[in-house]
Design a protein around this ligand. Structure first.
Ligand code: 5AD
Ligand code: SF4
Length: 434
C-alpha cells in the first residue's frame, strides 16, 4: 500500500533542515501529507555523519520506530549516514526500506513506490545538482528561510567526512538562486540564509558570493541576508567589504577556526594559521565594527597537547566570540586523522571541552551585555512561552524576547534591555513617524 502520511526527522546541520523542507514539498506535491501525531505511514530519517554519536543515533532511531504490536512505518534512511553507508545500511538494519543520499532525494517518490511493493531501493549517486531541477517550486517560507547555494567540500580537513558524504564543491547557478529567493520572499520570507558547506567558495559565471549578495539585496521585500558556513581561506576582501556596504547583509559571521595552535591546524590540513585567521577578523571589524563573530572548535584532535589546547583558549579571548560551537574530536572511518597516532583519552577531552565551553559562555554573556541599551530591529520568528510574548532575532543573531502584538515575519523596533547567556530581552518601541 502506498503511504499517505509521513514524518521527516532532520538532524545535524542547517543544510539537512533545508533538505528536509524540500523533501516535505516533494512529498506534498505527490499527495502525501505530514502527520500531525507520532503515527504515520512513512518516516524519513535525515541523518548526520559528522561525529560518531550523531551517526550511531540514526540506527537507534530506526530501532525505536517499531510499534508495540510489532508493525512499523516504511523507513527511509536519508542524509549523510545514508550516503556514507549505502547498501551496508540495509545489512545493518533489516528495518530500513529505503537508503537515499543527499544528492538523490528527488527520487524519493519512486523509491517509496518500489518499497511499497516490497523492494529495498538504494540511491547514493551524486549527479551534479540535478535534484534542484527535479524538485517542486517553493511556495511557503518561514520568516527566516534557508537557501542552499553551494554543496560539498574540496578542503579535506583530515578529521572531516564532509568531502566524502557531500562530495566535491558545487555551486548552483546564480539565476536559479535568484528565482528561488524570489519565491521564498513571495512565500513570506523576510530573511534568507544562504547555505553551503563552503558557502564563501560559491562562484558561478564569474560571479562571487559578494556579487550574489549584491543581486539578492535588490529584492525589495527582502530585509536581511546571512550566509553560512565560511572557510577562512575563501574569505575575500570583496566579501569582507560587502559587510560594510550592503545594508541588508547582517553583522554576523560564522567563521570556524577549529584550533588555536598552528601545529594542530597544520595536521588538520586547515590551510590557514592563527595569524591569517586573526587578520581576517581584524579586516572584518574594520569594515563592520559591530560584527558578531561565531566559530567552531574541536578539542582533543590527535596529538593535541595541553599547550596546544591553551592556545585554543587564547584565540577565544583574542576574538571575543559572540557565540561558538565546540566538539570533542570524533574519529571518523576513512579520514586521515582516524589513523593518526596519539589519539587523546576521553577524560582529557571531557576536561578540555568543559574549560573551552566555560570560556565561550563568558564571552557570549559579555557580548550580550555589551548590547544592552542598544536600539535595533528584530525579525519576529515565533511565539514565546508567555502570553503576548514573541521571539525574534537581532541583527547579531541573538534570540530576543519581547512583549508585542506583532506577528511572525514582522520587523519590530526594540531597545535591548536585558541580557542572559543565551538570549536577550527587548522592549518594543513605537515606530517613529517618517
Ligand atoms: N570530530 C569532531 N568535530 C568535528 N567537526 C567536523 N568533523 C568533526 C570530527 N570528526 C566539527 C567541526 C566543524 C563542525 C561542523 O563539526 O568543528 O566545523
Ligand atoms: Fe569539513 Fe574542513 Fe570541508 Fe569544513 S572545510 S566541511 S571541516 S573538510
Amino acid at each position: 500500500m502506498n503511504p499517505k502520511t509521513f514524518k521527516i526527522k532532520s538532524f545535524g546541520c542547517q543544510m539537512n533542515v533545508y533538505d528536509g523542507e524540500r523533501m516535505t514539498e516533494l512529498l506534498n506535491a505527490r499527495g502525501m501529507v505530514a502527520a500531525e501525531g507520532e503515527d504515520c505511514d512513512l518516516v524519513v530519517l535525515n541523518t548526520c555523519h559528522i561525529r560518531e554519536k550523531a551517526a550511531e543515533k540514526a540506527y537507534s532511531d530506526v530501532g525505536r520506530l517499531k510499534r508495540e504490536d510489532g508493525s512499523r512505518p516504511l523507513i527511509a534512511l536519508a542524509g549523510c549516514v545514508a550516503q556514507a553507508e549505502g547498501a551496508e545500511a540495509k545489512r545493518r538494519s533489516k528495518l530500513i526500506d529505503i537508503v537515499v543520499g543527499p544528492q538523490a532525494y528527488h527520487r524519493l517518490p519512486e523509491m517509496i513506490a518500489q518499497a511499497s511493493l516490497g523492494g529495498r531501493p538504494v540511491d547514493t549517486d551524486m549527479p551534479a545538482l540535478s535534484k534542484f531541477d527535479a524538485l517542486p517550486k517553493r511556495r511557503r517560507a518561514a520568516p527566516s528561510a534557508f537557501l542552499t547555494v553551494q554543496e560539498g567540500c574540496d578542503k579535506f580537513c583530515t578529521y572531516c567526512v564532509v568531502p566524502y558524504t557531500r562530495g566535491a564543491e558545487i555551486s548552483r547557478p546564480w539565476s536559479d538562486i535568484l528565482a528561488e529567493a524570489q519565491l521564498l520572499v513571495d512565500g513570506g520570507a523576510r530573511e534568507i540564509v544562504l547555505l553551503g558547506q563552503n558557502v564563501n567558495a560559491w562562484r558561478n559565471e564569474g560571479c562571487s558570493l559578494a556579487d550574489l549578495i549584491g543581486k539578492l539585496a535588490k529584492i525589495d521585500a527582502l530585509e536581511r541576508l546571512r550566509y553560512t558556513t565560511s572557510h577562512p581561506t575563501d574569505m575575500t576582501d570583496e566579501l569582507i567589504s560587502a559587510h560594510g556596504e550592503v545594508e541588508k547583509l547582517m553583522p554576523y559571521l560564522h567563521l570556524p577556526v577549529q584550533a588555536g595552535s598552528n601545529r594542530i591546524l597544520k595536521v588538520m590540513n586547515r590551510s590557514h594559521t592563527v595569524e591569517t585567521y586573526l587578520a581576517i577578523i581584524e579586516k572584518m571589524r574594520a569594515a563592520r565594527p559591530d560584527i558578531a563573530i561565531s566559530g567552531d572548535f574541536i578539542v582533543g584532535f590527535p596529538g593535541e597537547t595541553e599547550e596546544d589546547f591553551e592556545a585554543t583558549l587564547q584565540i577565544v579571548d583574542a576574538v571575543h566570540y559572540s557565540s561558538a560551537y565546540s566538539f570533542k574530536y570524533s574519529a571518523r572511518p576513512g579520514t586521515p586523522a582516524a589513523a593518526m597516532e596519539d589519539q587523546i583519552p576521553r577524560d582529557i577531552m571531557d576536561d578540555r571541552l568543559q574549560r573551552l565551553q566555560l570560556k565561550i559562555s563568558q564571552h557570549q554573556l559579555s557580548f550580550n551585555r555589551s548590547k544592552v541599551g542598544t536600539d535595533t530591529q528584530i525579525l519576529i520568528e515565533r511565539k514565546g512561552r508567555r502570553n503576548g510574548q514573541m521571539i525574534g532575532r537581532s541583527p547579531w543573531l541573538q534570540s530576543v524576547h519581547v512583549e508585542t502584538d506583532a506577528a511572525a515575519g514582522d520587523m519590530v523596533d526594540v531597545t535591548l534591555v536585558a541580557a542572559g547567556p543565551n538570549s536577550m530581552t527587548g522592549a518594543a518601541r513605537a515606530r517613529e513617524a517618517a
